[in-house]
Design a protein. Structure first.
Length: 259
């Protein structure tokens, strides 16, 4: 018998028993601003608490874009090598994780920060079995440092960790209602998709997650739910499998699994 139980059937009205919640760095900042806002931190922490209280195991993968993204930073700073800039971006995710951890702790959640980059004073090393144990013990885990290697984004980390910890779904939190045919902030005729297959995302060149992440999810049939976290209660709705956002997955699963 394996000593690590795979994610089993959820109970009650809970649709997903174990999720990866992908939070971009910008979700911790005020709209249009950089850095970290206490209001945004607490607002998202409260939503995470409600989702956790519904019985869902939550692993958060943090971004760092509110502080620094490697590709754009190295583009603007020629003296910094691109690989170095990506490591700086990974460190930015650690900064965000520490802030989020304290916000979650302050409202009574048990948390652990784990990092793919060694930062032993502030975070545990990411060890798959240990991460699963934390979840089983009711802790919210915050997975920082991406995958610990440059030239990818935390979207890839979200897909990678979802596979490793056998999360049922990747909940990709965004500021818009889901995936649109075009940028809804620029094109008033942009259409919101209710569901998409991985191939549609690739063929239509929809900017959902980076290409590596989509390829991993496609290969392993890991569903992604893109939804608007700014609407209060949406994280709980997402873990319950209520109809929020855009569901991306295997078309075979679409009818039975989402709607
Ligand atoms: N990054 C990296 N490897 C990883 C994850 C992240 O090099 O495994 C770097 C990359 O430069 C990225 C930055 O960290 O741009 C911050 O992450 P991301 O852009 O995904 O943040 P988000 O857009 O989600 O806020």
């Amino acid at each position: 018998m394996p000593d690590i139980a795979p994610s089993s059937q959820p109970e009650g009205d809970l649709r997903y028993r174990r999720v990866i919640l992908k939070l971009s760095g910008e979700s911790l900042a005020e709209s249009g601003k950089r850095g970290i806002s206490d209001n945004e931190l607490l607002a998202i922490a409260k939503q995470i608490k409600s989702a956790h209280e519904s019985g869902c195991q939550i692993a958060i993968v943090n971004g760092g874009g509110n502080i620094l993204r490697g590709a754009s930073f190295s583009g603007a700073n020629a003296s910094v090598q691109e690989a170095t800039a990506h490591y700086m971006g990974m460190l930015a995710t650690v900064i965000n994780s520490l802030a989020l951890q304290d916000a979650l702790d302050s409202i009574g959640l048990q948390t652990r920060v784990m990092s793919a980059l060694p930062v032993d004073r502030v975070a545990e090393q990411f060890i798959r079995r240990r991460a699963i144990r934390h979840l089983e013990k009711g802790r919210v885990i915050i997975l920082s440092g991406g995958i610990g290697s440059p030239f990818v984004t935390t979207d890839t980390a979200a897909a990678q960790r979802a596979l490793e910890i056998e999360a049922d779904v990747i909940l990709k939190a965004t500021r818009v209602d889901g995936v649109y045919s075009d940028d809804p902030e620029k094109n008033p005729h942009a259409v919101l998709y209710e569901q998409l297959s991985y191939n549609e995302v690739i063929q239509k060149k929809l900017r959902v997650m980076d290409a590596t992440a989509i390829a991993l999810c496609n290969e392993h049939r890991k569903p992604i739910l893109v939804f608007n976290f700014k609407q209060d209660g949406n994280i709980v709705r997402a873990v319950r499998g209520e109809s929020v956002g855009t569901w991306i997955g295997d078309p075979q699963d679409t009818q039975t699994n989402h709607r």
